[in-house]
Design a protein around this ligand. Structure first.
Ligand code: FES
Length: 187
């Protein structure tokens, strides 16, 4: 019979082809699985690092500042003061909702001391960081300053220091009076 004859010839060939195909498929899947596992091994062996924003940055050399200068560094959100005693770094971030407050100004009719306004909701701060008015719940923090080995001033916003701490131009931390704003030369 024609049909039987044909099928007796074609059946083994198609079976062989199917077996081969399934074999390749099996080996291929195994290879893909092993490749995936091998690729993920270094991920588990390597320590997983988390990159957090750095809290230290440099703000120039002591000689870049005049005595009596109050320098707002908007990008860093910090004021650098150079007083006759030394340097101080004061946060520029209002402790209410985080706006940048304005530079300190001389005493006025309303406030008899050197003070700074926050334009967002009207908090007022004294030069030593105290809250004089408005909704700010906490004083402004002063940040640690130090001199790098190559002579640059470095601020660390992760370290808060007392408002009576100063860094001398040659890198010594000293205690001084509460800053009252008389150390700023207003032009
Ligand atoms: S953010 Fe400064 S007063 Fe609200």
């Amino acid at each position: 019979m024609e049909v039987g004859k044909d099928s007796s010839v074609e059946f083994p060939i198609s079976l062989l082809t199917r077996r081969r195909f399934l074999g390749w498929l099996g080996w291929g899947s195994l290879a893909v699985a092993i490749g995936g596992i091998a690729q993920s091994v270094p991920y588990y062996l390597k320590p997983q690092l988390t990159y957090e924003p750095t809290t230290t940055f440099t703000v120039g050399r002591p000689s870049d500042y005049q005595i009596g200068e109050m320098r707002p560094l908007e990008a860093k959100r910090v004021f650098i003061f150079r007083t006759p005693l030394g340097f101080q770094a004061l946060s520029m971030t209002c402790t209410h909702l985080g706006c940048s407050y304005k530079p300190f100004g001389p005493p006025s009719q309303e406030y008899s001391v050197v003070h700074a306004f926050c334009p967002c909701h009207g908090s007022v701060f004294a030069r030593d960081g105290r809250v004089l008015g408005g909704p700010a719940p906490r004083p402004l923090p002063f940040y640690k300053l130090e001199l790098t080995p190559d002579g640059r001033l470095q601020v660390d916003t992760a370290k808060v220091v007392p408002s009576t701490q100063y860094l001398t131009a040659d890198g010594k931390e000293i205690e001084g009076p509460q800053p009252d704003g008389s150390d700023i030369k207003f032009s």
